[in-house]
Design a protein around this ligand. Structure first.
Ligand SMILES: CC(C)(COP(=O)(O)OP(=O)(O)OC[C@H]1O[C@@H](n2cnc3c(N)ncnc32)[C@H](O)[C@@H]1OP(=O)(O)O)[C@@H](O)C(=O)NCCC(=O)NCCS
Length: 458
């Protein structure tokens, strides 16, 4: 790739700073990249992540790559519990024995023969996973890794029982997770491997779902993250745009929508259950994208969907009643020159462009989205009250505006700022020149103010 192509790819303009040009030097790029991921490394050390992998992952040959990525996380001090699914493997076993699969209301009916298939499939996949974690050839990502993968009877199960008169037989659900034993194993830096099989106190085996085991493990272990590596790249809105961040209530609302397929809904339901029971974050990433777990964890926007508890109810479109509150919020910044002056009338006139962050009836932040031609949108007036800055509200407002812009089919977002360029640079914007602005905005550019222009492809 030529330098010019490279610049276009990262959205750099003719006026790129020396710093940005320096970034195209491979060693500078490497150092800059490593520094960028350092905060995540610090933040994740000692945290527990439950990673649920769809049976399709092994079936489609992506197991070794995932093992390399999870081994790296393990080396970074992240405590990993790996749960694997078995749907295609069970199907395969059933087909080998000419057994017709039987389902009722989305549940598999696990008779004795089907249970045998599940046990066989689980044993084989467990060995394949152990083999994948045993890689260690010189000059490969797992050289010197020496990862230990421990599995055991960590999951107690009970039968689902009879639904609408249909006995699901050996289909079960999680009753208890042996957190003490798992914690001890994790404390020894091993990766804990859980199959979708559980055992009852009577010594019977039960066929469980990946989602049920992973969610219950995340809940019982008070995991920081539940990550599903699955056959979808995340949750999409009705226009098929990937939603990178989802608040709990929006996620619950999406479950009622028709555009998500059944399997995606199953994963979303599992994520919602985990978040509702106290897991900090749940993620859905694609099993087909090489490095998807790393990209989701170590890049700002991620590559899948992240679901979190934070109630976006407090983020809402502004109404005329908010105009005075917005004015009060931005006035001190107008006085010190951070923001251009806007009269109350202009805020009232443009009120439908504003989003406000409200808590207990008080406005703590705001941001506005102005639409231009050629797919451009301007983020303006992004403000968080000084008393609550630094807690992520600025970022949340920014992400919300990005989501709104995408929904309105805008593909480029820009912002003019005199004092906050680094906040935006850190969040995927690059410096550009006034020439790159849409025509109508170019005419309005205030040359005395000399604001920096930052731009981001959405
Ligand atoms: C910019 C602003 C909205 C950020 O809000 P916030 O709630 O503090 O942001 P978050 O909590 O999401 O993020 C905090 C991070 O932003 C950084 N940050 C905050 N203000 C910054 C600035 N002026 N320049 C560079 N970085 C800044 C913080 O250092 C912190 O960095 P960290 O993540 O490395 O710790 C807030 O500082 C503000 O209202 N500033 C005045 C108005 C303004 O300049 N608006 C932008 C032009 S439209």
């Amino acid at each position: 790739m030529t330098f010019v192509q490279q610049r276009e790819k990262v959205g750099m303009s003719d006026t790129s700073t020396f710093n940005e040009i320096e970034q195209t030097d491979p060693s500078a790029t490497f150092v800059s990249w490593l520094r960028k991921v350092a905060p995540y490394i610090h933040a994740f050390r000692g945290k527990t992540f439950v990673v649920g992998i769809d049976g399709e992952l092994a079936h489609q040959g992506y197991l070794h790559a995932l093992a390399q990525d999870l081994s790296l996380l393990n080396a970074l001090g992240i405590r990993i519990v790996l749960v694997y699914g078995l749907r295609p493997q069970i199907q395969e076993q059933l087909a080998l024995r000419n057994i017709e699969p039987s389902f009722h209301n989305g549940w598999r009916v696990t008779d004795k023969a089907t249970l045998e298939c599940a046990l066989e499939a689980a044993g084989e996949l467990r060995l394949n996973i152990e083999a994948a974690f045993s890689q260690g050839l010189p000059n490969t990502p797992m050289a010197h890794a020496a990862i230990r993968v421990i599995s055991g009877n960590f999951v107690t199960a009970s039968p689902v029982g009879i639904l609408d008169g249909v006995d699901l037989l050996h289909t079960g659900k999680v009753r208890k997770i042996d957190t003490k034993a798992i914690d001890q194993t994790l404390a020894n830096n091993a990766i804990v491997l859980l199959s979708p099989l559980g055992f009852s106190p009577t010594g019977e085996a039960f066929n469980l779902s990946l989602e049920n085991v992973a969610t219950n493990a995340a809940k019982a272990l008070r995991a920081d993250k539940l990550i599903f590596v699955c056959d979808t790249d995340g949750i999409h809105d009705e226009d098929h745009h990937l939603i990178t961040e989802l608040e709990l209530d929006t996620a619950q609302h999406l479950l009622q929508q028709d555009h998500l397929n059944l399997m995606t809904k199953e994963y979303l339901r599992a994520c919602i259950a985990a978040i509702e029971s106290g897991v900090n974050r749940a993620h859905l990433v694609s099993l087909k994208l090489d490095g998807s777990v790393l990209l989701e964890l170590f890049t700002h926007d991620g590559v899948g969907t992240m679901i979190s508890q934070k109630n976006l109810e407090s983020l809402r479109p502004a109404t005329l009643d908010d105009a005075a509150g917005i004015k009060a919020l931005i006035e001190p910044l107008e006085i010190d020159g951070t923001l251009i002056r806007r009269g109350l009338e202009s805020i009232e006139r443009d009120i439908d462009k504003y989003t406000v962050l409200e808590h207990d009836g008080i406005l703590w932040g705001c941001a506005a989205l102005y639409e231009y031609t050629e797919g451009y949108g301007e983020l303006a007036c992004l403000v968080v009250h000084p008393s609550c800055q630094g807690t992520g509200d600025g970022e949340r407002l920014l992400k919300h505006i990005e989501t709104l812009a995408k929904r309105r089919k805008l593909d480029t977002l820009f912002v003019l700022t005199t004092q906050t360029s680094h906040f935006f640079l850190k969040r995927g914007f690059t410096v550009t020149h006034v020439d790159k602005l849409p025509v109508e905005k170019k005419k309005l550019y205030n040359w005395t103010r000399k604001s920096q222009i930052l731009i981001k492809k959405l």
